[in-house]
Structure formats: C-alpha cells, structure tokens
Design a protein around this ligand. Structure first.
Ligand SMILES: Nc1nc2c(ncn2[C@@H]2O[C@H](COP(=O)(O)OP(=O)(O)O)[C@@H](O)[C@H]2O)c(=O)[nH]1
Ligand SMILES: [Mg+2]
Length: 176
C-alpha cells in the first residue's frame, strides 16, 4: 500500500482536503490509506487531523462544524466523504458540499466524492448519491463519485487515483 501511495502522487507536493459530515468515515479512510506506512500517527480523531500521507502529500481532514476560516480551505484536491447508508443526512451533506465549493479558494478544484459505507445493505448506489448531491449542476470543475467501503478499503485506491488524475489535469490547465 505504501508503494502504491508513492505511485499515486510522485514528485510534487499536494494538499488534499477531506471533508464530510461527522460519522461519514473520514478518519477510517485516512487510517486505511496510512495502513502499512512507517508514519506514526499523531493524536487522531480529536482535533483537525493533518498528516503527511506520503513525503509529498499532506492530508487534512475537517469534520463539518469544525471548519476553519473559509480562507484556510485552500487545497489542490477535495475528497468529500458521505455515508451512503443514511439518506436523512443527504440534504445537510449537499449543503455543506456546495458551500465548500463556493469558496473562492476552491475555485475549479476537482472533487472526488467517496460514496462510503457501500458494504451496508441500506446504502444507496453511487449514482443515487450523485443525484442527491446534485453534482450534475456542478460546473467549471471536474468531479467524480467513487463507491467506497472505508472499513475494508474497497474503492479507496481507485478514488485516490482518480483524484490524482483530476488534480494533474487541473494544474496543467492552470499553468498553460
Ligand atoms: N460499515 C461501514 N462502516 C464504516 C465505514 N466507514 C466508516 N465506518 C464506521 O462509521 C463510523 C464513523 O467513522 P469515522 O471514520 O470515525 O467517521 P468521521 O467522523 O467522518 O471521521 C465508525 O464506526 C466507522 O467504523 C464503511 O465503509 N462501512
Ligand atoms: Mg473523524
């Protein structure tokens, strides 16, 4: 897994922001991504979590409600984690996602949604999550929805690779 991570983000510093409602699965995602890493985690799950995912990739997690000033939302890429098994929270999740995307610092920044907890029987499909978040109305940025199960790790590598690709495209567009 750590070799995999190096392959995903070589040669450059990236700041990835991971956002989502409390209980969506953010900390679990991070632990899974860090699994096998020589990095020792600092206190997790208490304050804002920032870790060095690889030498080049820093990962910052915000539970909603603990967000910093809007200017601190700058990132190269956004991961939005949603609990696909709890539809009662979809509207709140949508509000938070759209509010985040409206931040000036997030302008054009690609977003990959982790439609998490796909292992649960009551989970809705990534397509239904896409519709609930109204992603078809997101313009002027690349987005992608990846079904994940953070507890067993499925979908995480695929989602990270997709994010890597979108971030690179975004950066090459901005440079030219
Ligand atoms: N079944 C299932 N449970 C999950 C999954 N991801 C996270 N959880 C559980 O959901 C709860 C909240 O996860 P956590 O990572 O703390 O969420 P956070 O508040 O977003 O950091 C924990 O009990 C996790 O074990 C998943 O993919 N499937
Ligand atoms: Mg957490």
């Amino acid at each position: 897994m750590s070799v995999m991570r190096k392959a995903i983000f070589p040669n450059r510093n990236f700041k990835i922001l991971m956002l989502g409602l409390d209980n969506a699965g953010k900390t679990t995602v991070l632990y899974k991504l860090l699994n096998g890493s020589p990095t020792t985690l600092p206190t997790m799950g208490i304050d804002i979590e920032t870790v060095q995912l690889t030498r080049n990739v820093s990962f910052t997690i915000y539970d909603v409600g603990r967000q910093p000033e809007i200017g601190a939302l700058w990132a190269d890429g956004l991961i939005f984690v949603i609990d696909s098994s709890d539809q009662s929270l979809f509207e709140e999740a949508r509000r938070v996602l759209w509010q985040t995307l409206s931040s000036h610092d997030m302008k054009g920044v690609p977003v990959v949604v982790f439609a998490n907890k796909q292992d649960l029987p009551q989970a809705v499909s990534p397509l239904e999550v896409t519709n609930s978040l109204r992603l078809s109305q997101v313009h002027h940025r690349q987005w992608y929805v990846q079904g994940t199960s953070a507890t067993d790790g499925s979908g995480l590598t695929k989602g990270m690779r997709k994010l890597r690709r979108l971030v690179r495209e975004f950066q090459s567009m901005n440079r030219s």
